[in-house]
Design a protein around this ligand. Structure first.
Ligand code: SAH
Ligand code: F3S
Length: 435
């Protein structure tokens, strides 16, 4: 349409950023008539929704901003949003003066306001967005991301998130359940509940509402008729009490895949990371989970070469990885982050040794994964199809989060079918629909 304004948005980082981007797209669409484009050079507004968990994306940000500025349409605005916006604030405009505004991860509801205030910097991490009624935009018709809390109350010594997203505030259960009802009435079958620490849910609301815990929230969400699948991320291993694991096991709507961010297998390092659990507790929770849900798939995050990590500490991490056999592992070299406790730790691990450890762990995990996927051959899983591929395949996830593709076309999208695996690979399995 002539005269229409175009928005280009690039989203980096976690699922929460994906949802924050959806919120901003919706606000800009309803209140300012912006429509999405996938070409930055055509856009009237270019947004980058940033991540600051590790250092590399921050360097990348400035080179990307430079390139957007060079190729942008005349008069187009550029905004930097998300966690790097929170942590660098006005320095972004100092370093890249053509940036029009900076909007922190906890301020995305102000998008249509900063848009009209050149050089605005809104990065208040105490800002309470927990009851803000965002306009509606969903990137998928079939599954919906739903925030259940904002911020994080933990103080893991390596992590910048509490500094960029502030203290944790839970969103009221009524608001969450209403949102679930709404998306289901619009056709979604799956909801993905989001928080930095979902199973810490319900300890603090913005008012003095009665406390309810995550297990109770799961029960209330699963009571919504028409909803078929519930996923959530990320839970914290410390808060995986028996009641939570039992609900996870017994509730048929909860998908049987659990993210258990280990970080390190060494109890001594876990202590210096302030994770609040030991190697034994983690293994005990895994054992309980595998016993109650034999088909569960467990994913994890691991940080290699945290300051002070000895060969023996690293061996503990390998030991946990070998014994748990994670179905998915996200492993990273430790990256010192500003304003975190660990940034001041002086017992840094030699960078070469750090790379060596990371490669060793990843090679070991690849072997584990090959032996896990080999066992999928000939088995049947229920797959929820959500992605049309250009090569004549339609892909989706099983209840326990295995990515599976079958030959087919768009009629399959949004449906759930039984699929028998006919060919296995490390990251994506191929199968055939069975009656
Ligand atoms: N509670 C959030 C954590 C966000 S950070 C969640 O579980 O999604 C996501 C992952 O990034 C963490 O689990 C951790 O493994 C990794 N990470 C965080 N800070 C890091 C750092 N300073 N260096 C390397 N990896 C880090
Ligand atoms: Fe970061 Fe630990 Fe919270 S990893 S997001 S401080 S649970």
């Amino acid at each position: 349409m002539a005269g229409e304004k175009k928005l280009f948005i690039e989203t980096l980082g976690c699922a929460m950023n994906v949802r924050d981007s959806e919120h901003m797209i919706a606000e800009l669409n309803e209140k300012e008539d912006y429509v999405l484009t996938d070409k930055a050079s055509e856009a009237d507004l270019i947004l980058i929704n940033t991540c600051s968990v590790r250092e590399r994306p921050v360097h990348k940000l400035f080179s990307e901003l430079g390139s957007f500025n060079k190729h942008k349409k005349e008069g187009a605005k550029i905004g930097v949003c998300g966690c790097t916006a929170s942590h660098l604030g006005k320095d972004i405009i100092k370093r890249a003066p053509y940036v029009n505004f900076v909007l922190g991860a906890r301020n995305v509801s102000k998008i249509t306001d900063v848009l009209h205030r050149d050089k605005a910097v809104e990065v208040d991490i105490d800002y309470d967005e927990s009851q803000f009624a965002f306009k509606d935009f969903r990137s998928s018709l079939y599954k919906a991301y739903i925030n259940i809390s904002i911020g994080c109350d933990k103080q893991c010594t390596f992590c910048i998130v509490p500094k960029t997203r502030g203290d944790e505030i839970s969103i009221l259960p009524e608001l969450i359940v209403n949102e679930v009802r709404k998306v289901v009435s619009q056709g979604a079958k799956e909801v993905f509940l989001l928080g930095q620490n979902v199973n810490n849910y319900g300890r603090r609301f913005s008012g003095d509402e009665p406390k309810i815990d995550f297990t109770e929230l799961l029960r209330r969400v699963s009571a919504v008729e028409g909803l078929e699948r519930i996923r959530f991320t990320s839970p914290h291993p410390l808060h995986m009490d028996d009641a939570f694991i039992e609900e996870f096991a017994a509730n048929p709507k909860i998908c049987k895949s659990m993210h258990m961010p280990l970080q390190s297998g060494s109890t001594a390092l876990l202590k210096s990371m302030k994770r609040g659990y030991s190697k034994e507790w983690f293994l005990n929770r895994v054992a309980k989970l595998r016993e109650m849900v034999p088909d569960v798939s467990i994913s994890t995050d691991i940080i290699v070469a945290f300051p002070g990590e000895s060969d023996e500490d690293f061996e503990h991490t390998l030991d946990v990885a070998r014994s748990v056999k994670f179905e998915q592992m996200f492993s990273f070299k430790y990256s010192p982050r500003p304003e975190t406790e660990a940034e001041k730790f002086t017992n840094v691990v030699d960078p070469e040794l750090a790379s060596h450890r990371l490669h060793y762990l990843q090679a070991m995990q690849d072997e584990i994964l090959d032996s896990i996927t080999a066992q999928y051959l000939g088995r049947t899983f229920e797959v929820f199809f959500e992605e049309l591929r250009s090569d004549g395949f339609v892909a989706g996830r099983s209840d326990n989060n295995i990515m599976i593709k079958v030959k087919g076309s768009e009629e399959l999208l949004g449906t759930i079918a039984k699929v028998k695996i006919t060919k296995v690979a490390r990251l994506s399995q191929t199968g055939e629909i069975v009656a």
